[in-house]
Design a protein around this ligand. Structure first.
Ligand code: SAM
Length: 290
């Protein structure tokens, strides 16, 4: 039975190993059994599932996951946590522990070496690299069925929102291209030690079987989206032509906007995913035709 997930046991183990929390790794450990149960339930883990956990910390959520899943692969960057994890996870034979930076791991190799997937990702993410981790998971195209993660509330809101709101941007579009985001729970700071100074939210991203739009070139679509939001207060035409490396002229952007029946002064934050896809497909065609 999982014995972590409360303050007393967490403090005891940290004390035993004289472990010092590393702010640079975004270490805020969960100490609330209700939230842990809620995350595992929201992720719909069954005895058939392979789970990838990013940042197991002292192994609190890993214990809950190991009890619910067929197997768990946990990737932790901080080598000081490995002896602790070896102790807290010793009762579980279905956990594989890897000491590595998730952003440097070859995800395809990791999946192939651990049964080939599909994986469910479950994590209380380090907040300083939430977006790069989510993007790396999607862009690696490893077989994933869902990603259930604790993130900063503001990031969860950005994932969910649509055009015309202040939170809407490249992250909203990327997440919604790959998955359907759902807010699972708002989590108070008192559920962690040490308490984070931002609000936290558990969000579940259920991967689409196929993206809701047809981009001729996915990388190009995301180059266009990123360039459009780089200069937020500028018009879309300015954003796209000021971005180095896209190789498109102002004349080409304006011609495409006109073909789409749009003003030259439109802004990216009003564009839906469908409209961005149409824009990027048209720009690609124009670029290829020279
Ligand atoms: N899962 C634990 C829990 O819920 O109590 C710990 C969560 S804590 C918010 C984030 C964890 O991610 C820490 O253990 C931290 O050391 C680890 N971490 C930070 N950056 C990482 C990276 N690049 N790759 C893998 N793990 C990382």
């Amino acid at each position: 039975m999982a014995n972590l997930g409360n303050y007393t046991k967490t403090a005891e183990i940290l004390q035993k190993y004289q472990f010092r929390m590393q702010k640079k790794y975004g270490q805020n450990f969960l100490i609330d059994a209700n939230i842990l149960t809620k995350i595992v339930e929201a992720a719909q883990i069954t005895k058939e599932d392979c789970v990838l956990e990013i940042g197991p910390g002292i192994g609190t959520m890993t214990q809950y996951l190991a009890e619910a899943a067929d197997r768990v692969v946990a990737v932790e960057i901080d080598r000081e946590l490995i002896p602790i994890l070896e102790e807290t996870l010793s009762p579980y034979e279905n956990v594989t522990l890897l000491c590595a930076d998730i952003l440097k791991v070859d995800l395809t190799k990791l999946v192939n070496e651990n049964g080939g997937g599909p994986f469910k990702v479950v994590a209380n993410l380090p907040y300083y690299i939430t977006t790069p981790i989510i993007m790396a998971l999607f862009e690696s195209h490893i077989p994933l069925s869902s990603i259930t993660v604790m993130v900063q509330s503001e990031v969860a809101d950005r994932m969910q929102t649509g055009p015309g709101t202040k939170d809407y941007g490249a992250l909203s579009l990327a997440v919604q291209y790959y998955a359907k985001p759902e807010i699972v729970a708002r989590v108070p700071a008192s559920c962690f030690t040490p308490r984070p100074n931002v609000d936290s939210t558990v969000v579940r991203l259920v991967k689409h079987e196929k993206p809701p739009v047809e981009a001729q070139d996915e990388d190009w679509l995301f180059d266009i989206i990123r360039a459009s939001f780089n200069q937020r207060r500028k018009t879309l035409a300015n954003g796209l032509t000021n971005a180095g490396g896209l190789g498109i002229s102002r004349g080409q952007v304006e011609a495409v906007l006109e073909e789409m029946g749009l003003q030259k002064t439109v802004r990216g934050e009003t564009f839906t995913l469908e409209r961005f896809t149409e824009l990027s497909n048209r720009l690609l065609r124009m670029k290829e035709e020279g």
